[in-house]
Design a protein around this ligand. Structure first.
Ligand code: CLF
Ligand code: SF4
Length: 482
């Protein structure tokens, strides 16, 4: 995102969801303090996490506000990259205002450097805006799946409003009105709003283009179109009815279309409502309440932890500045292909077609062994540069031994998950998966280990270009893959 004011840059630079760059370096945690919900979505079964902000799966522990504060302090001491505390369920945070605001209030006193974030369905939002502003909450996510009540009636069977259960189009109309009013009120107070939308094929997929336009016009900062997760075993209405999820290509097409209208988030991991760590990793098991309760955390401990976080932030900011300076510095010919590409894209380069590449990444570097990767970031490389377009989850192929042993069916699943990608970049890869990937038309590449992800992706793109693999004749083939 370019052209941000200094004030907004400061608000997003260490928020892993609001800044794609930040997600390589900064962690968030969710405090599961909000059990109740005031609406029903067809993609949610409340014994599971809130699908607004999570993948299905039960919240391990529901916390009291006191427990949530203690856990947050413990996590923020152990993980200095931790920059944001979000409340995202398992129900709706604003349907549980006492618990949500008690958590924010105490945490703001004890760890003032941690950003506070909330995700809501929006029904109770207008009534909560004053309180959100009072607690210096700079980041609010509203899940908006529609702006048309007829579409909404297919997503929300009911809402609970002013002591009554309301159903059908009337329910959707009220919900939409509250969401739009809440959005306008937040924007008027300078609070950054991200809009999440669940893409439900045949229900709101076409309609989300309109949603994107409307929320942008009202001042939303970022739009996050997420794929519906619907499996029969989750017990949701859509899961049981066999409603399908979108394919990665369908999701990308919609995100590309909406992007004409506003900033799109492409790195969302649909986190659990009790997620802990960098996006894409889950360290929740390290911080169960019994472990947290056993920790001694006096004022000196908290001050030391805060100082560590501050030092790390300064170090990351300095590294980012150095990278920027390097990218803008004049380069001797032939030294850094990607830098040359970024500075002076030529007609020759622009003839190369787009290529999707999967990267086994860690902290923004090509730093993961193929067999150890739990997910791959997917980039689209073109003459204009490398752009993150999503991620693909995979079962762990390697069991941690020295060889990438007997994981054939898992490898087959991984290869399927990487469909459409023409190369996979990783720090290392075993002989067997190498052969299988090649046979599936995906080029394994371990030549760029420990390089910055985007630089590595562009270097591979240029290698493919130089090898004559990206001429326009193969564009049709590329489209078919994507
Ligand atoms: Fe949590 Fe959400 Fe705040 Fe981030 S998650 S409340 S904005 S701190 Fe982030 Fe997770 Fe996607 Fe949400 S990756 S599901 S967008
Ligand atoms: Fe579930 Fe969240 Fe929808 Fe409530 S708003 S029904 S918790 S997905």
């Amino acid at each position: 995102m370019s052209g941000l004011s200094e004030e907004i840059r400061r608000k997003v630079e260490d928020h892993p969801c609001y800044s794609e760059q930040a997600h390589h370096h900064f962690a968030r945690m969710h405090a599961a303090v909000a059990p109740a919900c005031n609406i029903q979505c067809h993609y949610c079964n409340r014994k599971y996490d809130c699908a607004n902000e999570s993948r299905p799966g039960v919240v391990s522990e529901l916390l009291t506000p006191e427990q949530a504060v203690k856990k947050t302090l413990a996590v923020a001491a152990a993980i200095p990259q931790m920059s944001v505390l979000g409340i995202a369920g398992p129900g709706d945070p604003l349907a549980n205002p006492e618990r949500t605001f008690a958590t924010f209030r105490e945490l703001a006193q004890k760890a003032p450097d941690i950003k506070l974030c909330v995700s809501t369905n929006g029904l109770a939002l207008p009534d909560s805006v004053e309180e959100l502003a009072k607690h210096n909450i700079d980041h609010v996510t509203i899940t908006i799946n529609c702006v048309d009540p007829e579409v909404g009636a297919k997503i929300y069977p009911w809402i609970f409003w002013k002591g009554e259960r309301i159903r059908g189009i009337e329910a959707a109309r009220i919900l939409i009105e509250q969401q739009q009013k809440g959005l306008e009120m937040l924007v008027a107070r300078g609070i950054l709003v991200k809009v999440n939308s669940v893409m439900i094929p045949g229900v709101n997929d076409e309609h989300l283009k309109e949603v994107s336009k409307v929320v942008k016009a009202k001042g939303a900062f970022l739009h996050n179109v997420m794929p519906l997760i619907a499996e029969a075993e989750h017990g949701t209405f859509y899961g049981i009815m066999g409603q399908r999820s979108p394919s990665p290509a369908e999701l990308k097409n919609l995100q590309d279309t909406c992007e004409g209208d506003m900033n799109m988030m492409r790195h969302c991991r649909q986190c659990r409502a009790d997620a802990v760590g960098l996006l894409g990793e889950d360290r929740g098991a390290e911080f169960t309440m019994d472990k947290v309760e056993a920790m001694e955390m006096d004022d000196a401990f908290l001050a030391e932890a805060m100082a560590k976080r501050k030092a790390l932030r300064e170090q990351i900011a300095a590294e980012n500045e150095a990278k920027k300076a390097k990218a803008h510095a004049p380069q001797p010919a032939g030294v850094a292909v990607v830098t040359i590409h970024r500075r002076t894209a030529t007609a020759d380069f622009s003839q190369g077609r787009p290529v999707l590449m999967a990267v086994a990444a860690k902290n923004g570097m090509v730093a993961e062994h193929f067999g150890h990767a739990r997910e791959f970031l997917v980039y689209e490389a073109t003459a204009a540069g490398a752009k993150l377009i999503g991620h693909r989850k995979t079962d762990l192929y390697c069991d941690g031994g020295d060889t990438c042993g007997d994981g054939e069916s898992v490898l087959a699943k991984t290869i399927k998950a990487l469909e459409g990608c023409e190369a996979v970049l990783c720090s290392k890869i075993g002989y067997e998966p190498w052969g299988e990937l090649e046979a599936a038309g995906i080029r394994p590449n371990g030549e760029h280990a420990m390089e910055a992800v985007e630089d590595a992706v562009m270097a591979v793109w240029h290698e493919m270009l130089a090898a004559g693999l990206l001429n326009p004749k193969t564009t049709a083939e590329a489209k078919r893959c994507a």
